[in-house]
Design a protein around this ligand. Structure first.
Ligand code: PLP
Length: 355
């Protein structure tokens, strides 16, 4: 028997979010980003739900092989490419597509003397300054890749640092247009934020991640207003009730002291489940569908909720930590982080179960 904390994964929401994403970029192929165990939703679960996608993008050969083992025969893109030459043979065996972002990767691939072709995405650093060839080296790197005939077909790729905020993409897009001009290759530029906000970036392949999972990439726009539905609902139960008098303290560090006589619920969910320990008193949470607030410090297996205004709540009452009825973005904001981190942090000990 496990503890009463579970993740409900809504496959219809995943499918719905994929069609919303497609409607935004109707002329592009969709490379669904399923790295980090499908943003914490479960790689196989997500893959089956998004089987209609045109490709999957992952961060490791291991994830790619799991997808092949499920029977996926369409493209799989390794977003960081290979980490050393020993990965090349598995990439060939499983027909993986590689990002090439540095000259070491080109050297490994040249030395491998491939007999079969590998599709490659050459990554241009247009200002994110994380991966990719900078403007001064891009044409040289492209020429080196072109000189290895088995690195084919070639796709041009870049990634935006600020598609989700006020800074926008104009500077990076200008850099991209200048360096990709006249090159006879397909392109892949857009993450979720760019897909939703900048049609000019869509091109041949889009790379949605967070939008597929039903969270908004924008701090100022809700997922609901984008017609996205949460794919993960983290749910648990009240396992104890405490009655506090004004002045009584709660939990580790006496972090919260009752400013009125209070009824407190103890929830089976803590930071070892992936709930953020940095969530402050006042973080939103649902009990029996009623929005209330967390209190005090989150511990490893448990946290506290204010039930003073929810008199019918009792041991066994349903608690929703995020998901249906409570955007994960709201919880993330109260914890000083973003939805991505909370979704990915779902612990292995939190099994899947429907609401
Ligand atoms: C993770 C990732 C994405 C997806 O980003 P979202 O903001 O989740 O849409 C797209 N492209 C690259 C290169 C990534 O690493």
């Amino acid at each position: 028997m496990s503890r009463p904390i579970f993740a409900h994964i809504d496959t219809e929401a995943l499918q719905h979010n994929l069609s919303v994403t497609r409607r935004h970029a109707p002329h592009s192929r969709v490379m669904a980003v399923v790295k980090a165990n499908g943003y914490g939703h479960g790689l196989a679960r997500v893959a089956y739900a998004l089987w209609d996608a045109d490709g999957f993008a992952v961060a490791s050969v291991d994830e790619a092989i799991q997808l092949r083992d499920l029977g996926w025969i369409k493209p799989i893109l390794l977003l960081e490419g290979i980490f050393d030459a020993s990965e090349i043979s598995l990439c060939v065996t499983h027909q993986l597509s590689l990002v090439i972002h540095n000259s070491e990767q080109i050297n490994w691939l040249r030395a491998a003397k491939l007999k079969q072709s590998i599709p490659v995405f050459i990554k241009f650093n247009s200002g994110m300054n994380r991966l990719g060839f900078p403007p001064a080296n891009f044409r040289i790197a492209l020429a080196q890749i072109q000189s290895i005939p088995t690195l084919s077909p070639i796709t041009l790729m870049s990634h935006f640092a600020t598609a989700d905020d006020q800074y926008g993409i104009a500077t990076q897009l200008a850099e991209i247009q200048q360096h990709f001009a006249l090159l006879p290759y397909p392109m892949s530029l857009a993450n979720s934020a760019a897909i939703l906000r900048y049609p000019d970036t869509h091109r041949d392949w889009v790379r949605p991640g967070i939008s597929l999972y039903g969270a908004s990439p924008f701090a100022d726009t809700s997922a609901a207003s984008l017609n996205l539905r949460p794919a993960m609902t983290l749910h648990s139960q009240i396992i104890a009730i405490q009655t506090l008098k004004t002045g009584d303290a709660l939990g580790y560090g006496r972090l919260w002291v009752a400013d009125r006589d209070s009824r407190i619920g103890v929830v089976a969910c803590g930071y070892a489940d992936g709930y953020p320990r940095h969530a402050v008193t006042g973080t939103p949470i649902l009990v029996n569908g009623v929005r209330t607030r967390t209190l005090g410090r989150v511990s490893m297996d448990m946290l506290f909720v204010d039930l003073t205004e929810i008199p019918d709540a009792k041991v066994g009452s349903q608690v929703i930590l995020w998901g249906q009825g409570l955007p994960v973005e709201d919880v993330a904001a109260a914890a000083g982080t973003i939805s991505y981190e909370l979704l990915c942090a779902r612990a292995q000990r939190v099994p899947e179960r429907t609401l």
